[in-house]
Design a protein. Structure first.
Lengths: 148, 192
């Protein structure tokens, strides 16, 4: 009688067809211990294969989208704060550094007549309104895409 | 052919997500939540922790999707994120990944009526209980291989472990399962 039994790993690999060897098949047919072990493993593997997969008890898609939306909103808010800070610093530094040239600029405006001044102011307001609306429209489009 | 169609649908979905379509990402979540459940549920028992982990996993996937290079299936990539995130969670909680002592603690819930018990309980329930007593990594590998039916190569991609190591862990896990069931229920067969 063959006393060199097959290892558990070899038996499992044989069942899962990871190895195929006539010597293993021959040994199993002759050795009742290894045959019993093989049958136990075969039963176990069949039983584990028959288990249906577990799912979560909560709605994964809903909580994930909620989290993404919250993070994106936070990111947008943070972006807005950064933008406002940068713009404020920029405007303040312009004002600070333009003290020396403010007087000549005012002198330039004093030298123009009423219509000249009105033309400059209205043109500047038109350009500003156009740019502001364009930025606002793009922002709304992006927000709609995010919330889709 | 199947791989090509997978790659095509993965590319389509990723492009949609990158253009800001969150519904496309919802589809990705639906397609992969079964795989993520196999990893997360096996390693974290608490439902609140599971919720946090799932949100964390998919948020990472959403934020890093532009770096996905299509070298594997999108589901495998998300599986890797799920595995790494859950491993980090276990490390933070100081839960050992493959500590056999964990298994011994819950072993041998012997009763004199053990043989009768097996007829009362469902086979699947007993098996699930025994799988749940395994160390976290072993039960995850058993789930991915036997329940999710993933090939060793894909499990290796997800866990970043060599295929040989995965085979060895699976052999060990099955041996523990077989020995535990035989010892706990004192029978060799657990078929219906």
């Amino acid at each position: 009688m063959n006393t060199n039994h097959l290892t558990d790993d070899t038996i499992q690999a044989y069942i899962l067809q990871e190895i195929s060897d006539d010597k293993i098949a021959l040994h199993i047919s002759e050795c009742s211990d290894c045959k019993a072990k093989l049958e136990s493993y075969q039963t176990l593997i069949n039983a584990v294969n028959s288990i249906t997969s577990e799912t979560f008890s909560f709605d994964v898609t809903a909580i994930v989208l909620q989290k993404i939306e919250a993070t994106e909103t936070q990111k947008i808010a943070l972006g807005s704060y950064v933008l406002i800070t940068v713009l404020s610093v920029f405007i303040l530094s312009i004002i600070l550094f333009s003290f020396s040239i403010i007087k000549p600029i005012f002198q330039l405006f004093w030298s123009l007549d009423f219509f000249g001044n009105a033309f400059i102011i209205v043109s500047a307001l038109c350009v500003f309104t156009f740019l502001f609306n364009d930025i606002l429209r793009k922002y709304k489009q992006k927000k709609m895409l995010l919330l889709q | 052919m199947d791989n090509e169609s997978n790659l095509f649908s993965d590319k389509l979905l990723v492009e949609k997500v990158l253009s800001g379509n969150t519904q496309a990402f919802a589809m990705i979540v639906k397609d992969t939540e079964r795989l993520v459940a196999q990893i997360v549920r096996k390693m974290a028992a608490n439902e609140e922790d599971q919720k946090d982990l799932v949100q964390d996993i998919y948020l990472k996937a959403y934020q890093r999707i532009s770096s996905f290079k299509f070298q594997s299936k999108l589901s495998t990539w998300i599986g890797t994120i799920a595995y790494n995130t859950t491993i980090n969670y276990l490390e933070k909680k100081k839960i050992p990944l493959y500590d056999i002592d964990l298994m011994h603690e819950s072993k041998f819930v012997h009763s004199e009526n053990a043989e009768k018990e097996i007829f009362k309980k469902e086979t699947v329930q007993i098996l699930n209980n025994e799988i749940n007593k395994l160390p976290p990594l072993y039960k995850t590998l058993i789930s991915l291989y036997h329940i999710e039916e993933l090939p060793n190569k894909e499990i290796a991609d997800i866990t970043n472990l060599p295929e040989g190591t995965i085979k060895n862990y699976l052999y060990r896990a099955r041996k523990i399962l077989k020995d535990n069931i035989e010892n706990n229920y004192k029978i060799n067969s657990y078929e219906h």
